[in-house]
Design a protein around this ligand. Structure first.
Ligand code: KG4
Ligand code: ZN
Length: 337
């Protein structure tokens, strides 16, 4: 049995995790989200500085929580990309230092494959192939996944503009709701009618990319509705707008994810990312998957977002599959497909 240390620094979360044979032993997670809030988005340089401060404490926290000693670590895995370049370099440099000092192999791994690998910790091995929907503040992608240790991640489609979580955050601001917008919108939507406002379902036309997404037009439609309501001197029905916007996002994600499973002949859909915590999305996806004979796998919300456990989980799969480590040749690849 090998003990794998995973390090994640691709965006604003500094994560460390320890996994052995598909079991999460301990992890540590710090976020610099508060430091970016006033800029309205993640600032790479600010994120990188925060990683420099947090990476060693998070590794220590993971080690303490796991009840092991750092010298027990048999391999190190680190997110190589995709992600913010300055942020990735911090994790890669730290991982090289740990691997060198410990005299153990180092694997540079794919962040999106890590999002899928984390589910193995909770629900056991994945089938030979599956479709993954990654919906967060940074990504909205439909992926075809094979053997996570050996096969490349295949992008079926991605957003051409805003990520789904970003759309929730921007629409929340338009509605005067707090950041992060996702939880605020889903709470407001509980009191609203999802059919109150007919917002568009972007990229669902016959000529659109079947698995592509676009959410900036939907945000503009909400902005227009807010403006028109104010111009008409009427009060904005925030719960109705929140529920109608949320329903439009859910409809698009559900429709495309189920279609991708059908086309890929996949009987399993994996849904991860911060937006996967959305109750309407989970319920809509559950119902659609049940109707189509698809098994839906969604990790607990804590593991759905960026964390170190997911990188340790993927490193553990690589170690168990005897994949040769890149070692000190590992490098940050910010825009890897
Ligand atoms: O994966 P994540 O924690 O981090 C990054 O993308 O870095 O995702 C955060 C995103 C935010 O945009 C947030 O508004 C959204 O996930 N989110 C939600 C919900 N909870 C978080 N969106 C919709 N409904 C939710 N309940
Ligand atoms: Zn991520």
């Amino acid at each position: 049995m090998s003990l794998v240390l995973g390090i994640e620094t691709s965006c604003d979360e500094t994560g460390a995790g320890l996994v052995a044979d598909g079991v999460l032993l301990g992890d540590g997670l710090a976020s610099s989200a508060d430091e970016h809030a006033r800029f309205g988005g993640v600032v790479p340089e600010v994120a990188a500085r925060a990683h420099v401060s947090a990476v060693v404490p998070m590794v220590r926290m993971a080690v303490e929580r796991a009840g092991v000693s750092l010298s027990d670590v048999d391999a190190v895995a680190v997110t190589a990309g995709p992600g913010l370049s300055p942020a990735l370099h911090v994790g890669v440099a730290a991982a090289k230092a740990y691997a060198t000092a410990l005299g153990v192999p180092l694997h540079g791994v794919h962040h999106l494959a890590g999002h899928a690998a984390v589910d193995v910790l909770e629900h056991g091995p994945l089938p030979e192939r599956c479709v993954a929907l990654i919906v967060s503040g940074g990504h909205t992608s439909l992926l075809s996944m094979g053997d996570l240790a050996r096969d490349p991640v295949v992008h079926l489609g991605d957003t051409v503009d805003d990520a789904a979580g970003e759309a929730f955050d921007k629409v929340a601001r338009l509605l005067g709701l707090p950041y992060p917008g996702g939880p605020a919108i889903s709470k407001a939507a509980l009191e609203g009618d999802p059919h109150a406002v007919a917002f568009p379902r972007p990229m669902t036309g016959p000529r659109d990319a079947p698995f592509g997404f676009s959410f900036s037009g939907l945000k503009t439609a909400v902005a227009r509705h807010v403006e028109a309501t104010h111009d008409a001197g009427r009060a904005l029905a925030v719960p109705d707008v929140a529920a109608s916007f949320q329903q439009a996002v859910v409809d698009v994600l559900v429709r495309k994810a189920v279609r991708a499973c059908r086309e890929q002949e996949s009987d399993t859909l994996l849904m991860v990312g911060g937006v996967a915590a959305n109750r309407a999305l989970r319920e809509g996806m559950e119902t659609a998957c049940a109707g189509a004979g698809i098994t839906l796998r969604v990790p607990v919300p804590r593991l759905c977002t960026d964390n170190g456990a997911m990188i340790a989980a993927l490193g553990d799969l690589l170690v168990r599959a005897d994949v040769p480590p890149a070692g000190l040749a590992s490098t940050a690849v910010p825009s890897v497909e």
